[in-house]
Design a protein around this ligand. Structure first.
Ligand code: NAI
Ligand code: MG
Length: 327
C-alpha cells in the first residue's frame, strides 16, 4: 500500500482535505495515510512551521497531500513551510492544469502550466542597501534543461501536441539563455515547440487561449499567469497543482488558507479533490484520476456548486455529490 503524508494545515485546509480523502477512498484505491502538521496552528503549538517529524514523514512517503497553510506577513525571518518543503524534497517542477469544470467559466480552455520552481527571481539571493534593493535572477542550465524536459515528457505522456515557452528574451539576457536551452531540448522531441513573449501571452490567454496547450516558463511568470488562468477557469476553488521532483511529489490546491471563510464548511473542495486525483495518476492510477475529474465535472454541471462558484452548497455536500457521481 502506498504511504501518503497528509498535511491538512490551516484555515480551510483541514476542511477541503477531509473532502478530498473521502473522494479518494471512494475510488477504491487503498492508501496508507500518515498525518503530519505544518503551518500557523502548528507553530503556535510547537514553535515550528514545519517540524522535523513532518519533513521526515514527507521523505518517507511516496507523495504528500497538502491543504493550505496560513503565513504571517509581519514575522521577520519567516520562511514559508511550502517553499521549505519544496526545497527539502527537491521539487523542481510545478504543474498546474487548468480547465473549465462548471461550463460557466470566463474561458473554456484546457491548458497545462509547467513552472520552474527552484530559481529565477525566487533565487533568494537578495540584498537591501541604503538606497536600493537587489534581487538576483538566477537561471541555470541544469534547472532549465530539467524543467523543459519535464514539459516535453508531460506533453508526450498526455498526448499534447504543443509546448510553448514563455519568456522575455527581447529584454532579459537570462531569458535569452532560457529560450536557447528550450529550443535545444525541443529538438529531441516529436512535439511542436513554440514561443511567445510572456506579456503578449498574458493577453492571448484571454483573447485566444486556443493557441496554447502546454506552457513552460520561469518561476515568477508562472506564479502570475497561474492566477490569471485560475481566474479564467472558475477561480481558485477549481485550481489544483502538483510540485514534482525526482523522488518526491506534493499535491495541493493553488489557493491558500482562506481565513475569511474558514470553519464555516463553505470552502470549495474541488481544487483539493482534483489535486488528489493528480496524485492518484502519479501513483499509477490514471483511470481513477479520470473518474474523479468526470465526477467533479458532472457535479458542477448539475448545478451543485459552492458559494464561490455561484451555488449554495457546502464543502461536505459537494464532496458527497462527487462520491455519488463516482458510481
Ligand atoms: P486565499 O487563496 O487563501 O484566498 C483568496 C480568496 O479566495 C479569499 O476570498 C478566499 O475566501 C477565496 N478562496 C480561496 N480558496 C477557496 C476555496 N477553496 N473555496 C472558496 N473560496 C476560496 O489567499 P489569501 O487570502 O491571499 O491568503 C490567505 C492566507 O493563505 C495567507 O496567510 C497566505 O499566506 C496563505 N496562502 C497559502 C497558500 C498555500 O498554502 N499554498 C497559497 C496562498 C496563500
Ligand atoms: Mg501565487
Amino acid at each position: 500500500m502506498d504511504k501518503i503524508c497528509v498535511i491538512p494545515g490551516d484555515g480551510v485546509g483541514p476542511e477541503v482535505m477531509e473532502a478530498c480523502l473521502e473522494v479518494l477512498d471512494a475510488t477504491g484505491v487503498r492508501l496508507e495515510y500518515v498525518r503530519a502538521r505544518a503551518g500557523l496552528a502548528c507553530y503556535e503549538r510547537c514553535g515550528s512551521y514545519l517540524p522535523e517529524e513532518t519533513l521526515e514523514a514527507a521523505r518517507e512517503s511516496r507523495a504528500c497531500l497538502l491543504g493550505a497553510v496560513q503565513s504571517p506577513s509581519d514575522l521577520r525571518g519567516y520562511r514559508s513551510p511550502i517553499v521549505e518543503l519544496r526545497k527539502a524534497l527537491e521539487l523542481y517542477a510545478n504543474l498546474r492544469p487548468f480547465r473549465c469544470y462548471t461550463g460557466r467559466c470566463l474561458r473554456d480552455l484546457d491548458i497545462v502550466l509547467v513552472r520552474e520552481n527552484t530559481e529565477g527571481l525566487y533565487s533568494g539571493i537578495e540584498r537591501v542597501e541604503e538606497d536600493r534593493a537587489v534581487t538576483e535572477r538566477v537561471v541555470t542550465r541544469k534547472a532549465t534543461e530539467r524543467i523543459v524536459r519535464f514539459a516535453f515528457e508531460y506533453a508526450l505522456k498526455y498526448n499534447r501536441g504543443r509546448v510553448t515557452c514563455l519568456h522575455k528574451a527581447n529584454v532579459l539576457e537570462s531569458d535569452r539563455f532560457f529560450r536557447e536551452i528550450f529550443f535545444r531540448v525541443a529538438e529531441g522531441y516529436r512535439v511542436e515547440a513554440g514561443e511567445e513573449l510572456v506579456d503578449a501571452a498574458a493577453l492571448h490567454l484571454i483573447t485566444d487561449p486556443g493557441r496554447f496547450d502546454v506552457l513552460v516558463t520561469a518561476n515568477l511568470y508562472g506564479d502570475i499567469l497561474s492566477d490569471e488562468l485560475a481566474g479564467l477557469t472558475g477561480g481558485l476553488g477549481f485550481a489544483p497543482s502538483a510540485s514534482i521532483g525526482e523522488e518526491h511529489a506534493v499535491f495541493e490546491p493553488v489557493h491558500g488558507a482562506a481565513p475569511d471563510i474558514a470553519g464555516k464548511g463553505a470552502a470549495n473542495p474541488a481544487a483539493m479533490i482534483l489535486s488528489g486525483a493528480m496524485m492518484l495518476d502519479h501513483l499509477g492510477y490514471a483511470e481513477e484520476r479520470e473518474r474523479i475529474e468526470q465526477a467533479v465535472e458532472e457535479t458542477c454541471r448539475a448545478g451543485v456548486l459552492t458559494r464561490d462558484a455561484g451555488g449554495r452548497c457546502g464543502t461536505e455536500e459537494f464532496a458527497a455529490e462527487v462520491v455519488r457521481n463516482l458510481g
